[in-house]
Write a protein that binds this ligand. Structure first.
Ligand code: TRP
Ligand code: ZN
Length: 477
């Protein structure tokens, strides 16, 4: 695919439309057996093609119903069909495989790694991680640029629940096992696919707006006080339940600022696993570490963050990983807007606290937010300075144009992919401002920016333009 940060991720030559993933998982042995049916279209003539696939054993591969040969390296599965595939033609690949999925160690920052990907828990499994985790449990074109719809057919012990993305279409018991059918119809980046297996209290309901929600909370969370020294303190489960109960309200809040919620279902998943140390915006149904739910404001805030990602990251996914600001800057800034709404500190106060509180010499200021490099992809600065950059944009163009930019971006790009330069162009078009300097300073320069410069300059041209009627003219277009 040619991602600058991760050259091996994804493959060219074809475009996947749908993954049908039939997997059975046995928590007692950690073994997974799968049949992946991949429906794709050739974008060029192909005598062979690559999938990303890591670990696990391939048992057989068929292309359009005929046995194909294959070879493997660490990361790449090269498939050679019996007959070449013609440009423009649809084709189907069926891969049978099994084994124990490996769990990834993901580097979040220097000296800070966490468990991610296919995580084996005490009673089941959690699948969540980024940038690249899907290849550890199914053969995939593993890059967000190749979105597809997904159907999950998951078999697990009958006493466990299975929660994936999208809508639950059926579940059927057969003997000691149960098979669950989940369908996620909207185009989805591969790293956003999740399957969670374990003991869960599940709750299916509709928000007042009519959106189908499916929440899953590990019952163990309700026996664990957040303060281990005070058995009477609130439990992780109680706090998580409270924050998930606000999802409808939070979605309304985000819809007012962005655009309509882009998917047909929602919800959240909270497992009790101690080594799950992050949240992830898995499409329609984020996965949350219990450790966010130590107080209601902290829990609400992470739910705001992951739900904001449903627009910024999921519906509008990255075209390349270097555009990470489009995900984390906006998800973080949504937390700041929510904080303001809740009376817990305004976006400006949060901006000021970080700006004034972090000395200019701190490495925080040396990260280039618009191109942080693969090592610093999820550095704290990408989040906080990312949100600061969003705030500066808002100050520069004013609230009216700022929210028009967010609406235009999330509607025009819905279901697709975006880049920072595309966002910059849209922001300029919608606001009628020249924003080069603002983005150069806040996204593409290391070092603590001087305040007042770029934003103030854009603000004064904004005032001049709107008084001349140019802005209104643009609005009508
Ligand atoms: N994107 C996630 C969030 O903002 C957090 C995250 C960053 C993450 N890097 C990760 C999650 C790696 C899993 C693995 O909510
Ligand atoms: Zn995030």
């Amino acid at each position: 695919m040619g991602d600058e940060y991760f050259p091996l991720y994804g493959n060219g030559g074809y475009d996947v439309r749908h993954y049908l993933l039939k997997v059975s998982y046995d928590p007692a042995t950690d073994r997974l057996a799968g049949v992946a049916t991949i429906s794709a279209r050739a974008s060029q003539n192909l005598s062979r093609f690559n999938l990303d696939f890591v670990g696990l054993t391939v048992r057989s591969i068929k292309v359009n119903g005929r046995s194909a040969s294959w070879s493997r390296t660490d990361h790449e599965l090269t498939v050679t069909p019996k007959h070449g595939l013609k440009k423009g033609r649809r084709f189907t690949v069926v891969v049978r495989y099994d084994g124990v999925p490996i769990t990834q160690e993901i580097v979040l920052g220097p000296g800070f790694t966490i468990e991610a990907g296919f995580i084996h828990t005490d009673d089941g499994a959690i699948v969540a991680g980024q940038p690249e985790v899907a290849a550890s449990w199914f053969p995939v074109n593993d890059h967000p640029i190749d979105k597809a719809s997904y159907t999950f057919v998951v078999t697990a012990p009958a006493d466990l629940e299975v929660v994936a993305n999208g809508r639950l279409l059926s579940r059927k018991r057969h003997g000691a096992k149960r098979t669950w059918l989940w369908h996620a119809p909207e185009p989805m980046a591969s790293y956003l696919a999740t399957v969670n297996i374990g003991q869960f209290d599940t709750h299916r309901y509709r928000t007042p707006d009519g959106l189908w929600m499916y929440d899953a909370l590990d019952p163990d969370l309700f026996t664990e006080p957040v303060d281990p020294d005070d058995p009477a303190s609130a439990t992780y489960g109680g706090i998580a339940e409270g924050s998930l109960a606000r999802q409808g309200e939070i979605l309304d809040f985000l819809e007012e600022r962005f655009s309509r919620y882009p998917f047909s279902t929602g919800g959240g998943i909270v497992d009790d696993y101690d080594n799950l140390l992050f949240a992830l915006e898995t499409q329609t149904r984020p996965v949350y570490s219990k450790f966010f739910f130590t107080s209601p404001p902290s829990g609400d805030s992470v739910v705001v963050h992951e739900l904001a990602h449903q627009w910024f990251g999921d519906s509008v996914a990255l075209a390349e990983w270097k555009h990470i600001w489009l995900n984390e800057g906006f998800a973080q800034y949504s937390e700041w807007m929510w904080s303001e709404e809740e009376g817990l500190g305004t976006a400006q106060e949060l901006f000021d606290a970080f700006y004034n509180g972090i000395p200019a010499a701190n490495p925080f200021w040396s990260v280039v937010i618009g191109d942080p490099g693969p090592q610093l992809l999820f550095d704290n600065a990408v989040y906080i300075r990312g949100a600061m950059a969003v705030h500066q944009l808002r100050l520069a163009v004013g609230d009216r144009d700022f929210f028009r930019i967010l609406r235009a971006w999330t509607t025009r790009k819905a279901g697709g992919n975006g880049t920072i330069p595309q966002f910059m162009r849209l922001a300029e078009r919608v606001s009628g401002e020249q924003l080069d300097e603002l983005f150069r300073v806040w996204l593409f320069t290391a070092g603590r920016p001087a305040l007042g410069g770029a934003a103030a300059a854009a603000r004064s041209t904004a005032a001049a333009r709107s008084s001349s009627g140019v802005e209104l003219e643009r609005l009508r277009r």
